[in-house]
Design a protein around this ligand. Structure first.
Ligand code: DX5
Ligand code: ZN
Length: 220
């Protein structure tokens, strides 16, 4: 039985000590680092952009898993490629030409993911699921760390897994929001391949031990 991929979210790190927190991730069992880009338009919050991503790339030894919560994400794909981003996830709700955007991400040599807000049904992915490297099921409304997990997301994860199996897609299933000691095992049982955890990792007394605990879960 396999461990889930663990992608701690930098959103809850200490921004006065970013290099220290990136080194903590390098020394941990984390597989990727999740980076939340917010524009204050698609979501009611603003985070960081290219200069911070460049600095992260300089120090980080793991994959950069970038979650774009911005309108018109296609405008910035080449910037992210030049920085050395490995994986880009765009929101279904921000892309009029989602199929084109997925292919632009892949053409630039990055892995392509599509995220669904809690109010967007899984069936919207049917015609693109085979083109995707990853589906991100938002388990909170995007915008902030530390929010409560939406229980209905577990049904959406099971539905996504069934769609992937039915179509023969190779997409990974990622979740984002509200992962903790109670919800992480439920998520892995429901079919999640990639656990994102922000506050649960960075606000814990021992982030490396918390990452280890998430890696110790087993997919069935
Ligand atoms: C929220 C972000 C998340 C956030 C999750 O919009 O996309 O990645 O960091 O935070 P937690 O794990 O604290 O719910
Ligand atoms: Zn995120």
């Amino acid at each position: 039985m396999e461990s889930p991929i663990v992608s701690p979210s930098l959103l809850s790190a200490d921004y006065g000590n970013l290099q220290r927190d990136i080194e903590l991730i390098n020394e941990s069992e984390a597989d990727w680092l999740h980076l939340d880009i917010m524009d204050g338009v698609f979501v009611p919050n603003i985070t960081f952009g290219q200069p911070v991503l460049k600095m992260v790339r300089k120090h980080l030894k793991k994959d950069m898993d970038v979650h774009l919560m911005i309108v018109q994400p296609e405008k910035f794909l080449n910037d992210f490629k030049e920085i050395g981003v490995d994986r880009i996830t765009v929101h279904y709700e921000t892309c009029v030409h989602i199929h084109r955007t997925i292919y632009e991400i892949k053409k630039a040599g990055m892995k392509a993911g599509v995220a669904l807000n809690p109010g967007t049904p899984v069936c919207m992915l049917r015609d693109i699921i085979k083109d995707l490297d990853m589906v991100l099921i938002m388990t909170v409304n995007p915008g902030f760390g530390g929010q409560d997990f939406i229980m209905h997301s577990l049904d959406k994860i099971k539905e996504t897994k069934a769609l992937i199996e039915e179509t023969g897609s190779h997409a990974l299933i990622q979740m984002d929001g509200g992962a903790n000691k109670e919800t992480a095992p439920l998520l892995v049982n429901a079919g999640v391949d990639v656990l994102v955890a922000g506050s649960y990792v960075f606000k814990s007394a021992d982030p490396k031990a918390t990452i280890h605990e998430l890696k110790a879960l087993r997919k069935c």
